[in-house]
Design a protein around this ligand. Sequence first.
Ligand code: IPD
Ligand code: CA
Ligand code: CA
Length: 262
Amino acid sequence: MTHSLLLEAALHAATEAGRILEQGYGTTFDIASKEGRHNLVTEYDLASESCIINVLQSYTPTAAVLTEESGEHAGSGEVTWVVDPLDGTVNFAHGIPIFCVSIAAVINGTIVAGVIHHPLQNETFTAVLGGGAFLNGEPLHVSKTPQIQDAILVTGFPYNVHENPRKCIDTFGRVLSLGIPIRRLGSAALDLAYVAAGRFDGYWEVELQPWDMAAGVLLVTEAGGTVTHYGRRAFSLGRDSILASNGRIHQQLTSIIENANA
Ligand code: IPD
Ligand code: CA
Ligand code: CA
């Protein structure tokens, strides 16, 4: 299957799932806690996920699927779908209109297609490996901000933030003390999509999961940006830290984060 057909499948699944989330948003629904007290799952995470799996399997019956809520579904083909059916669950649960669906196709560890769909904003970010990044069909480019002193950044925190993993609280303080604008949207996938769109100049977070990052990483790189893990390590999909930027401020952001982690 070509990368464009994989994108078509992901787009179809994300659009259907987006409709489900839109219908559920602002209503009364079941909410449960997962491992951490604040790590929530709603009935709409689950409804979105089963819709996505059904649509993807209708296009690619042999593909494996890795999803946040139901884990690994084995396949016999070369494609693995990596799915976050609702990124920004805490926002969704509290009536904050910042959440999305994130779907990526991965072949031999390489992310080849990705969709991030923000239903309430009617914004759909798409990318295919080597084909550029788009928002509702219009080409996207990262910002041209040359130095961190002029940047607007976004970050997020894992559910165990109080344990200060990878000194994330110290890192945040250090970046904050630059005196530049910093946002915390509550959706890693949208954080990355907005770096791709040039709305943010950079983004960092620790302990992200593959489904939080996969589609967004392809968007950023296809929009001309840079993505690494902490320690200047080349990006590879797994549970890890992430640093994404317009490329121009990557070195500066990396140094600040590494100093905090020293
Ligand atoms: C979370 C969001 C949040 C990020 C967390 C993620 P979820 O995903 O992306 O912005 O800071 O690390 O776990 O639970 O809403 O799918
Ligand atoms: Ca997520
Ligand atoms: Ca999720």
